[in-house]
Design a protein around this ligand. Structure first.
Ligand code: NDP
Length: 480
C-alpha cells in the first residue's frame, strides 16, 4: 500500500479529517460502510490531494503502507466495536488503529487492552473543534502507547491547530484511555464555561437591566482582556444577532431549554467515582437539565419571589459598576472550574497511571477547540513554574487574582440572591473557594452524626486512631 493514513467513517468529521490529511500532503485511503460517501468525497474534493478510494475492508487495509495507520471516525459506541471487529483480523502486530470518535474512556481502555494482546496499538484520540476544526486544524488528544505516538505524532501534529506561538495543538496525553479522558474533561469544562457566561448574561439582563445589544458590546469589551476566548467572542455574536422574522433579539425567540449529548454528564459521573468535587461542571449539567423540565418550571412560575422593596432596578451608575463586578465574578468562577477540571485529570492520572502533563494539556487547548482562550497560557505557566502544583489555586498569581476579585464576586452572588436571579455556577464556585479557605469545616459535625447513628467512628484532632462514642450508653469514648 501507498497511503500513509486511512480514514474509515466518512460522515462530516471523517471526511474533513481525511481532507485535512490530504491537504497536508499525505496520501489518504478512504473507506465507509456505505461506499457512496467514499465516492462523493473523491468526486467533490479529489483535487485537494492524494486519495485512494476503497470499497471493502480488505482493499482498505491493502491500500495502507506498513505499519498501517487507520482512523475510525464512526458513530461512537457499538459501531466502533463493529468496525474494530471487522478490521482487527486483517491487521498485523505493530499496526495502529486510531479511534477519533467521542468514545467513553472506559471503552477505550477495554479496546486497547484487547487489541494489545494482538500486538495492535489502539489509540483513543480526543478530537475537538467540530467539523470546522477537523478540516482546518483541530485540537488533538491522543492516548495509547508511546511507541504508537512516535509514528503517529508527527502526522497528527501537522494537521492540528496551531497556537498563537505556532506550537501544534496536539501532544501525547498518556496511555490507553488518557486521550479520551482528557477530551471528556475538556467538554466538561466547556459546559462550565458556557454556564458561567450564561449567568453573566442573565445578571446583566435582569439585574443591570441591559438589552442584548448592549450586553453584546460589554462582552466584546471583555474579549479584549483576560477573558479573551472563543466562547466570549461567539457569545457577543449570538447576543447581537436579531431574528429576521420578528425583529426581536435572537436570544429572545429561542426556546430556553438547553440540550446535551452526554460528555458533560460523563465528566460528573466519573468525578463522583473518583471523589473529586467538580461542582462547577455538575451545576452546569444540572442547569441544562433543569431548563428542560418544562413541567417543573410551570409549577415554579407560581412560587413567590423576592419582596418588591428588594427588587428595584439598578440606576445607570450602579449598573455600570455592577457590570464590572460581573466580569470579576466570571473570571474568578472560571478559574475555579478549571481548578476543578484539572484536579479531576490529576486524580485520574494517579488512578490509571497516566503521566499527564497538565501544562501541556492546557497548551494544546489554545487552538482548534471550543474552550480556546488566552487564559490557558496562564495555566501552562503555572505548571511550568511547578509541575507538581497540587491545585491551580496554589499558584500565586491565580490566588492573587482571585483574592483581588473576591469582593466583587461576593457582591455579585449576593445581589443575585437578593434579586432572585439563579447563579448556580457563580455561587458553587464561591462556595468551593470558601470551603477550601475555611480553617474548620462542619464536616466534624457530619462525622459526629455518622458516629451517633451508625457507629461509623471518627478521628480526633489531637490523637491518632479511630474513635467511637457510646452515644446510647454513658457517652464515654472508646478506641476502635
Ligand atoms: P456520526 O456520528 O453521525 O456517524 C456516522 C458515520 O458512522 C458514518 O460514516 C456511518 O456510516 C458510520 N457508521 C455508523 N454505524 C456504523 C456501523 N455499525 N458500522 C460501520 N459504520 C457505521 O458522524 P460524525 O462525523 O458526526 O462523527 C464521527 C465521530 O466523531 C463520532 O464518534 C462523534 O461523536 C465524533 N465527533 C464528532 C464531532 C462533531 O462535531 N460532529 C466532534 C468531535 C468528535 P454510513 O455512512 O454507512 O452510515
Amino acid at each position: 500500500g501507498t497511503a500513509q493514513i486511512g480514514v474509515t467513517g466518512l460522515a462530516v468529521m471523517g471526511r474533513n479529517l481525511a481532507r485535512n490529511f490530504a491537504r497536508n500532503g499525505y496520501t489518504v485511503a478512504l473507506h465507509n460502510r456505505t461506499a457512496s460517501r467514499t465516492h462523493d468525497l473523491v468526486e467533490q474534493f479529489g483535487s485537494e490531494g492524494s486519495f485512494v478510494a476503497t470499497e471493502t475492508a480488505e482493499e482498505f487495509v491493502a491500500a495502507l503502507e506498513r505499519p498501517r495507520r487507520l482512523i475510525i471516525m464512526v458513530k461512537a459506541g457499538d459501531p466502533t466495536d463493529a468496525v474494530i471487529d471487522e478490521f482487527a483480523p486483517l491487521l498485523e502486530p505493530g499496526d495502529v488503529i486510531i479511534d477519533g470518535g467521542n468514545a467513553h474512556y472506559a471503552d477505550t481502555r477495554r479496546r486497547e487492552a484487547k487489541l494489545r494482546e494482538q500486538g495492535i496499538h489502539f489509540v483513543g484520540t480526543g478530537i475537538s473543534g467540530g467539523e470546522e476544526g477537523a478540516l482546518n486544524g483541530p485540537s488533538i488528544m491522543p492516548g495509547g502507547s508511546d511507541e504508537s505516538y512516535e509514528s503517529l505524532g508527527p502526522m497528527l501534529e501537522k494537521i492540528s491547530a496551531k497556537a498563537a506561538d505556532g506550537s501544534p495543538c496536539c501532544t501525547h496525553i498518556g496511555g490507553d484511555g488518557a486521550g479520551h479522558f482528557v477530551k471528556m474533561v475538556h467538554n466538561g469544562i466547556e459546559y462550565a464555561d458556557m454556564q458561567l457566561i450564561a449567568e453573566a448574561y442573565d445578571l446583566l439582563r435582569h439585574a443591570a437591566g441591559y438589552e442584548p445589544a448592549k450586553i453584546a458590546e460589554i462582552f466584546r469589551g471583555w474579549n479584549t482582556g483576560r477573558l479573551d476566548s472563543y466562547l466570549i467572542e461567539i457569545t457577543a455574536e449570538v447576543l447581537a444577532h436579531v431574528d429576521a422574522a420578528t425583529g426581536k433579539p435572537f436570544v429572545d425567540v429561542v426556546l430556553d431549554q438547553a440540550e446535551q449529548k452526554g460528555t458533560g454528564r460523563w465528566t460528573v459521573q466519573i468525578a463522583l467515582d473518583l471523589g473529586v468535587p467538580v461542582s462547577g461542571i455538575a451545576e452546569a449539567v444540572f442547569a441544562r437539565s433543569l431548563s428542560g423540565h418544562a413541567d417543573l418550571r410551570a409549577v415554579g412560575a407560581g412560587l413567590t419571589g423576592p419582596s418588591p422593596a428588594d427588587v428595584g432596578p439598578l440606576d445607570a451608575a450602579d449598573a455600570e459598576r455592577f457590570a464590572a463586578q460581573v466580569e470579576q465574578a466570571l473570571y474568578a468562577s472560571k478559574v475555579v472550574s478549571y481548578t476543578q477540571g484539572f484536579h479531576q485529570m490529576q486524580a485520574a492520572g494517579a488512578e490509571y497511571g497516566w503521566a499527564l502533563d497538565l501544562g501541556a494539556i492546557a497548551g494544546i487547548w489554545r487552538g482548534g477547540c471550543i474552550i480556546r482562550a488566552a487564559f490557558l497560557d496562564r495555566i501552562t505557566a503555572a505548571y511550568a513554574k511547578d509541575a507538581a502544583l497540587p491545585s491551580l489555586l496554589a499558584d500565586e498569581q491565580f490566588a492573587a487574582e482571585i483574592g483581588a476579585a473576591q469582593d466583587a464576586w461576593r457582591a455579585v452572588v449576593s445581589t443575585a440572591a437578593r434579586l432572585g436571579v439563579p447563579v448556580p455556577g457563580f455561587s458553587t464556585a464561591l462556595a468551593y473557594y470558601d470551603a477550601l479557605r475555611a480553617p474548620r469545616l462542619p464536616a466534624a459535625l457530619t462525622q459526629g452524626q455518622r458516629d451517633f447513628f451508625g457507629a461509623h467512628t471518627y478521628r480526633r484532632v489531637d490523637r491518632e486512631g479511630s474513635f467511637h462514642t457510646l452515644w446510647s450508653r454513658d457517652r464515654s469514648e472508646e478506641r476502635s
